[in-house]
Write a protein that binds this ligand. Structure first.
Ligand code: ZN
Ligand code: ZN
Length: 155
């Protein structure tokens, strides 16, 4: 019997009783087929609903032209998504959801000071002591460089 809409699917699932999300998603894929909303991982395409590996773009036999890749958000994925019916969207993640990123900002302050000393070691020692005692303080005027580093993303 073909399942015509999300309501029929949910009724069918409810009749099967309690199950975890993974089991439910496996059943949904066996009833509806795999979703075209897929994860792309090292050239493999993976159903974003059940996690099954569906194809290998490197092998060349997998037609990914209709696929929406989770997190991709390009024009092709956007227009492919428009064409998908409910069967592909039920129990799958929003492929265009924004993620949270931790980005570290590193600012470097630099200043050149002139000191009288016998040698390099003594010069460094004098400057270091002056800095520790806050006789030398670097501020925004001494700004030299800024770096941004993405540490990780959540979800
Ligand atoms: Zn699947
Ligand atoms: Zn894309």
């Amino acid at each position: 019997m073909e399942i015509k809409n999300e309501k029929e699917l949910n009724e069918k699932l409810a009749a099967l009783g309690d199950m975890d999300d993974k089991t439910r998603n496996d059943i949904v894929c066996s009833l509806l087929g795999h979703s075209l909303i897929q994860e792309s991982c090292f050239g493999y395409f993976i159903c974003s609903r059940c996690g099954a590996q569906l194809g290998d773009s490197l092998g060349g036999y997998y037609d990914a032209t209709k696929v929406v890749i989770v997190g991709h958000d390009c024009d092709t994925c956007r227009s492919n998504y428009e064409k998908l019916d409910w069967k592909h969207k039920v129990f799958t993640p929003n492929p265009f959801a924004l993620k949270s990123y931790n980005v570290k900002i590193t600012e470097i302050l630099e200043k050149i000071v002139t000191v009288e000393a016998a040698d390099e070691d003594e010069a460094c020692k004098i400057v270091k002591e002056d800095w520790v005692e806050s006789k030398l303080v670097l501020d925004a005027d001494d700004f030299s460089e800024v770096k941004y580093t993405v540490l990780n993303h959540m979800n």
